[in-house]
Design a protein around this ligand. Sequence first.
Ligand SMILES: [Zn+2]
Ligand SMILES: [Zn+2]
Length: 441
Amino acid sequence: MGQGLSCRASHENGFFTAVQLGELDMVEIMLERDPFLLDQTTVYDRLSALHIAAANGRFEVLSLILDRSVNPDILNRHKQTPLMLAAMHGKIYCVQKLIQAGANILMFDSLHGKTCLHHAAYYGHSDCLQAILSAAQSSPVANSWGFVRFVNVRDGNGATPLHLAARQRRPDCVHMLLDNGALACASTGGYGFSGSTPLHLAARSGSLDCIRELLAWGADRLHQDTSGRIPYVVAVKYKHATCAALLNPSSTEPLVWPSPLKFISELNPEAKTLLENALMEANREREKSILKGAHFSLPSPSHSDVAIDDDISEVSETELCCICFDQVCTIEVQDCGHQMCAHCTLALCCHNKPNPNTTSQSAPLCPFCRSIIVQLVVAEHKTEKELDKETDPSKLKKSFKKSRNFSEGSSSFKSLSALGSFGKIGGRGSERIAADLIDKP
Ligand SMILES: [Zn+2]
Ligand SMILES: [Zn+2]
């Protein structure tokens, strides 16, 4: 009998090895002979073939197994689903396939009560994170739990996926989570130091990029953990001097993404990218002045001069922003059709952001004609060559004419000017530089 068992065990091991190595033909032959192999698990971790295929990114084997109507949410020793393992190991195709096959995204493992979203955030697999978030928007989870509640789901230690991403220095995941409604100021229960916010955890790990993202999405520098420490104190304790300089409450406030504004929440992806880059660039300028004062220096992109030269030749005078006279109009206000640069648009929105403490929720108006901003879209961008091809001269002067409509007494113009050098920063080609900076890990 003992011999029979060990024979069976080696048969199963051979099968699991074939699954792990992605030997599709071998897996198929073995399953023909013994379909019950799909019900077997490894001895200690109780991993099924589906777990092994998912963790190793064996998409074809995974598909083959799922086609044989195996439960996609089969559990291992730690109550982890194949989807959790795929998210943990960054196997995006397996994540997508499992979700397609109906895998449940709202399951908690028994190790730390984590969901697949926690695992994707912890290990920094932003593609997997995105796939799970997309699934959450369309799956029953959105109806039963609510999408924002899912984004802020807590593990057994009270940590949200955002806490884990900030602690593990995953700025891409931090950005994606914030963009999907993760709460920047949520406090943990037992994870890290009790009462820590994502900003405390980013300060502890010394991730400048995570700190930038969190501050730009409204994380509070004065929030205290249960021991009364603000993120600045944590950064100092762990000797992250640059992070500490930005977290120092006495340094200038960063600009915060004006998410309460309706037309900001409804931006199309292109316009959103332009404005987000403008925000990060503005904060980058703020950082430079803070760090200069603190005797720090930040490396500047070496190609910035080249980028500026390149763009000047392409820019027509008619496209210059009529507020700062420095940057190109990239954003168009609808319905009136007035145009301005991304920096001035952002300044307008951040400056007139509705104040939660006051009852009047006045959204900004178009600075040129004072009409209500229904929507912001990307302005049509024409090079001189394209403009030369334009036959209608009235069309060519369109944006210039608009600048004439804009009266000198406009209060919005004054308030924008009061923001000082905001419109002056960067210069042309700055979006490109800002994008570079954001991309850096
Ligand atoms: Zn401007
Ligand atoms: Zn207007």
